[in-house]
Design a protein around this ligand. Structure first.
Ligand code: UD1
Length: 417
């Protein structure tokens, strides 16, 4: 099992390059199967979820070349629409292929997707919307078969602004005859990036970033060049690492707006955070303790994907705070690991209560999911003494070159078997 060894207590200082967003790269790679000709993606993060998506695309007949964060994908020779179950289970985002394969082939065979164990994560909203577009869906013991001779534009109102369902339906609707309107759509910036990519390929999608997306279907899509937007969750994680250790950081490649809800929390504790050319500066000098009541919400609310990292930060830099989780019911696995390190943190039904700031002590701790794992890295960097974080495979799903980036900021972290 791979582990991180962290020597804590060193303030992180310097500049960090924010990679392309995992949650934009994955649906965009899934969308690329709808195009003919070569796509060239830049700022494509080097994370294991992207590796999994590449394995799926190759299994379907796409040709892929990769060089660091640049990836060329050509789906002209796509020859299959059945995703092998073992690849489907590698990550949640495999589900986006339902929409894009239906659009390209009129058929998709998927199974229930994998992903971090942070809650039940059903796909009923995806399936309901695909049916509204004209897909026939058969559920078998180990597969879900979706077929549509002809997808037809329609008016869909989502029961909940699900990010994944919005993206899946947007993909399928690009091939539908006529116009589709998705109401109560999710507004996350990664959806806007997906819209931008599809439109570069020749699609006609409008309204991403609002609660109403309009897709004029039936356009032929050609491969295109696209730069993936910066990862706001990665940026927020480095912000918390640097502020949590009393350092300062320039987050290169991100704007302030997508991490606005986190900036607001930190500013309430006296941290100084400013957007500058090409990124965001953050300084901890002169800060006090943060006391906050945060509730996770769909964008532009506080992101569930930054809940564990904020909790870790608050254990050493906050007082009488709470974080209520409204999106994924099983997001609290990190908390018992923080308790082992000396944190004053209590889990109620859907909430964590974080008492007054404590000194954390290095411990042997175990990541149980991606964002919870990032929280343990933050705790290890803030702690006195040495921390071992086990199960790094979860963290590698979503953080590109983590130990290298922390090392460049002066943090003491190394990976070992
Ligand atoms: C996406 C992000 C994930 C983030 C989450 C919430 C990607 C690849 N992943 O996940 O990092 O944590 O948004 O911002 O972009 N739900 C249903 N039925 C459905 C779909 C969702 O009940 O068919 C529920 C979920 O259980 C959850 C809520 O809706 O409670 C939000 O889920 P959703 O926005 O779909 O999250 P994901 O797309 O899985």
């Amino acid at each position: 099992m791979e582990k991180y060894h962290i020597e804590g207590g060193v303030p992180l200082r310097g500049e960090v390059d924010i990679s392309g967003a995992k949650n934009a790269a994955l649906p965009i790679l899934a969308a690329s199967v709808m195009t003919k000709g070569e796509n060239c993606f830049t700022c494509c993060p080097e994370i294991s979820d992207v590796d999994s998506m590449v394995r799926i695309l190759e299994a379907l007949g796409c040709s892929i070349r990769r060089d660091g964060e640049t990836m060329a994908v050509d789906a002209t020779g796509l020859s299959d629409w059945r995703i092998p179950d073992h690849l489907m289970k590698e990550m949640r985002s495999s589900v986006f292929l339902a929409g894009s394969l239906l659009a390209r082939c009129g058929e998709a065979v998927i199974s229930n997707p994998g992903g971090c164990n942070i809650g039940k994560r059903p796909i009923d909203i995806h399936i309901k919307g695909l049916k509204a577009l004209g897909a026939v869906v058969e559920r078998h013991t180990d597969s879900i078969v979706l077929k549509a001779d002809k997808l037809k534009g329609t008016h869909i109102r989502l029961d909940y602004p699900s990010v994944g369902a919005t993206e899946n339906l947007l993909l399928a609707a690009t091939a539908a005859q006529g116009t589709t309107i998705i109401e109560n759509s999710a507004r996350e910036p990664e959806i806007t990036d997906l819209q931008e990519y599809i439109n570069r390929c020749g699609g006609r999608v409008f309204g991403a970033g609002t609660g109403r997306i309009v897709i004029e279907g039936g356009m032929k899509l050609a491969g295109s060049d696209h730069r993936i937007i910066g990862d706001r969750i990665e940026a927020g994680s480095y912000l918390l690492m640097a502020m949590g250790t009393g350092g300062e950081v320039f987050l290169r490649g991100i704007k302030a707006e997508p991490i606005g809800s986190l900036i607001e929390v930190l500013e309430s504790g006296g941290y100084s955070i400013k957007e500058d050319e090409g990124g965001v500066w953050a300084r901890s000098k002169g800060h006090g303790l943060v006391s906050c009541r945060v509730t996770t919400k769909p964008y532009p609310g506080f992101p569930t994907d930054l809940h564990p990292q904020l909790a870790a930060f608050l254990t050493a830099n906050g007082k009488s705070s709470s974080i209520e989780e409204t999106i994924f019911e099983n997001r609290f696995n990190y908390a018992k690991q923080l308790v082992k390190m000396g944190a004053d943190i209590e889990i109620l039904e859907k909430k964590v209560i974080i008492g007054s700031n404590k000194i954390l002590y290095g411990e042997k701790i175990t990541a149980e999911d991606l964002r919870g794992g990032a929280a343990l890295i933050i705790a290890g960097l803030m702690a006195t003494g040495d921390t071992i974080v086990q199960n790094t495979r979860y963290i590698k799903r979503g953080y590109s070159r983590l130990s290298e980036k922390i090392g460049l900021l002066g943090g003491k972290i190394r990976e070992y078997e």
